[in-house]
Design a protein around this ligand. Structure first.
Ligand SMILES: Nc1ncnc2c1ncn2[C@@H]1O[C@H](COP(=O)(O)OP(=O)(O)O)[C@@H](O)[C@H]1O
Ligand SMILES: [Mg+2]
Length: 307
């Protein structure tokens, strides 16, 4: 199997509204792949189609080598899915939830005990095995939700905004588990709007209005989408200087970030010239994925305005 997912022009409409617009992409086995985009971008719709919950309006896809339209049952038997509302039984213990999902996903009897033990260990909740789920923190619940979703050792797991509503520390712990799964060969597809999580993906797809705007590794996206050199300029009343800086011939664009202006220069050599003209010292910075996303979105709206 060359690709864990290979989709061509996958489209979903709701009435006349196009929620996912001709999505084509390939995801490699063992990749941690992120779908990034604002609310309403179409991330959940895309994922729900790819796990066989929602019928595509048009397009084709293979998931784990199986045809999405013809072999959906085979796909479902080999994937895991966890949404924001990870469905745990609040009035059952941690152990009872894991046993329940081991049963639902038909984990063979002789493997159940060892899988449950492994999952307790992976989630770091061995000490809470007899606690009721309702007594757990959100971070614990979320890790337990993930472990329930992977108890049958799926080859591919879909995580739809699994970390919304939890603390940064819990999000980090959760992503460490994801990384561990991927190291073991599981393909992980995760949607998020947290840039720090996107940074930890092997590759990401930026989606807005159902359209794929960019797809690559975080580093390549920064290099390709933001060519030239980005610098940060700290100066009083940045708003007042924005237009004059933007009109300099070697400046590609500027944006305000709190007290600073981020200036995208044609090349690193323009740095001194900018400092001389403004009378302030600028510092080179590495663009963030947020810069990439702002840039891709701007390009798209410029393109739309020209049409
Ligand atoms: N069942 C549905 N019926 C009508 N519109 C829907 C339905 N599901 C999603 N949408 C619309 O499709 C768009 C994309 O939604 P969604 O995939 O949930 O976005 P995201 O997960 O990126 O926030 C939104 O505008 C949403 O309102
Ligand atoms: Mg969503």
């Amino acid at each position: 199997m060359k690709y864990a997912i290979d989709c061509q022009e996958l489209t979903r409409k709701f009435g006349d509204f196009v929620a996912v617009d001709r999505l084509s992409l390939q995801i490699h086995p063992g990749e941690v792949f992120g779908f990034l985009g604002p609310n309403g971008a179409g991330k959940s719709t895309a994922i729900r189609m790819l796990c066989g919950i929602l019928e595509p309006t048009a397009g084709t896809a293979t998931v784990l080598g199986y045809d999405l339209l013809q072999e959906v049952e085979k796909i479902k038997a080999r994937i895991g899915y966890m949404s924001q509302k990870f469905s745990l039984y609040e009035d059952l213990s941690v152990l009872a939830n894991l046993s329940f999902y081991a049963g639902i996903y038909s984990v063979p009897w002789q493997q159940r005990q060892s899988r449950i033990t492994e999952m307790l260990k992976l989630a770091g909740i061995e000490a809470r095995r007899d606690s009721l789920v309702s007594e757990l923190s959100v971070g614990f619940k979320q890790r337990l939700g993930l472990c329930c979703a992977i108890i049958s050792q799926p080859d591919l797991i879909f995580l739809d905004e699994p970390t919304s509503g939890v603390s940064p520390t819990s999000r980090r712990d959760f992503f460490n588990i994801i990384q561990e799964l991927a190291n073991g060969g599981t393909t992980v597809i995760v949607t998020t709007h947290f840039m720090d999580e996107a940074e930890r993906c092997d590759r990401i797809a930026f989606i807005t209005d159902g359209v794929l705007l960019g797809i690559d590794t975080p580093d390549n996206l920064k290099k390709e989408v933001i060519p030239g050199q980005m610098v940060e300029l700290l100066l009083p009343r940045p708003m007042e200087h924005l237009d004059s800086i933007e009109s300099l011939p070697f400046v590609r664009e500027c944006s305000i970030h709190g007290a600073a202006i981020h200036v995208l220069l044609d090349s690193e050599a323009d740095h001194d010239q900018l400092d001389r003209l403004t009378g302030f010292r600028s510092n080179p910075i590495t663009p963030t994925l947020e810069d990439v996303f702002i840039n891709l979105t701007k390009r798209r709206s410029k393109g739309a305005a020209q049409r």
